[in-house]
Write a protein that binds this ligand. Structure first.
Ligand code: PSU
Ligand code: MN
Length: 305
């Protein structure tokens, strides 16, 4: 933890010990718990993901702001409280410090989780999907702060690609412009969250955790700053085909426009609507892909340790 951040931060004992001893640690976000999934599935998901990381020999560090304290690593009971909390803020770069200064509670998005992870010395982070360029961004200007964060903060983010509710092509363009490597894990095709594939190629490809660790170490050695995005396709058994998802995504998008949903509310609205439209299947897929990402992230963290 940087000296300046320390007074605001509670690093859990297991996370602090692992970091001090150079053992692998994997950061986890909390917006997926507070805004991305309903209770009780969010609690089950959070507990299972932490268990998977432990099984792989790494230490999970779920990151969240609770009543103004920036928490890095939660106990089992804190994790359950997080899953039950209502009225939490959704925190990104713009408002992470606001929540700390004002004593508020909030889930950290990919951007805010990266900031806290980097401050704590955690180099790998597992999530579901990142935020990106929304469809219609040419008029709404809705582009997630996650993309800028990937450009500036040295954390490897393991995702199942960009959520298919986004404009994947424009998201890839922005990532390229901002110098963010996008690595397909064992695939040449860009995965689309609920589906293993999309119409777009993965800009880079690597087939092992060791290769990903080597790539990031080499970047650091060459003085190239910033994070990278690993795009790990959802396991085949859990995927929902792209064509099927496209219908639901379009319907959800229409509802969002009709109800004039904007800003931070867009992603949670679309996820909840798609959950209804798929009668819960999208949630099962979402959970499966987060678990899959946690496993890979733990292996990358081990390769880096
Ligand atoms: N992936 C999920 N569920 C989520 C999110 C990602 O499966 O809830 C969250 C992440 O925290 C991500 C955020 O950083 O959505 C992006 O929000 P926005 O588009 O408002 O930047
Ligand atoms: Mn947005």
């Amino acid at each position: 933890m940087t000296d300046i951040a320390r007074p605001f931060t509670d690093v859990s004992a297991p996370v602090a010990a692992a970091l001090a001893e150079g053992r692998p640690v994997v950061a986890l976000e909390s917006t997926i718990v507070t805004h991305g999934m309903p209770f009780p599935q969010n609690a089950e998901m959070a507990a299972r993901v932490e268990a998977i990381i432990r099984d792989e020999g790494a230490v999970p560090a779920t990151i969240v702001v609770v009543e103004g304290r920036l928490k890095v690593g939660l106990s089992a009971s804190e994790l359950v409280s997080l899953a039950r909390v209502s009225g939490a803020m959704k925190l990104s770069r713009a408002d992470l410090a606001f929540a700390v200064a004002e004593g508020r509670t909030g889930g950290t998005t990919v951007a805010a989780t990266m900031i806290a992870a980097a401050a704590a010395g955690i180099r790998v982070f597992a999530t579901g999907g990142i935020g990106g360029v929304h469809k219609g961004a040419e008029t709404s200007f809705d582009i997630s702060a996650d993309l800028d964060e990937l450009a500036r903060t040295p954390v490897i983010v393991v995702s199942a690609g960009a959520k298919a509710i986004l404009d994947i092509e424009k998201t890839l363009e922005v990532l390229e412009t901002r110098g963010v490597p996008v690595v397909g894990y064992g695939t040449d095709v860009m995965p689309a969250f609920w589906s293993r594939g999309s119409r777009f190629g993965a800009p880079l490809r690597l087939d092992s955790a060791e290769a990903i660790a080597r790539f990031q170490r080499t970047r650091t050695a060459l003085g190239v700053a910033g994070g990278m995005l690993i795009a790990n396709p959802v396991p085949a058994a859990s995927e929902i085909p792209e064509a099927e998802m496209a219908v639901h995504i379009e319907a959800a998008q229409r509802d969002a426009v009709e109800r004039r949903v904007s800003g931070k509310a867009v992603t949670p609205f679309l996820l909840a609507r798609i959950l209804e439209l798929t009668q819960g299947r999208s949630l099962e897929t979402n959970i499966a892909l987060v678990e899959n990402n946690a496993r890979l992230a733990a292996r990358i963290a081990a390769a880096l340790a």
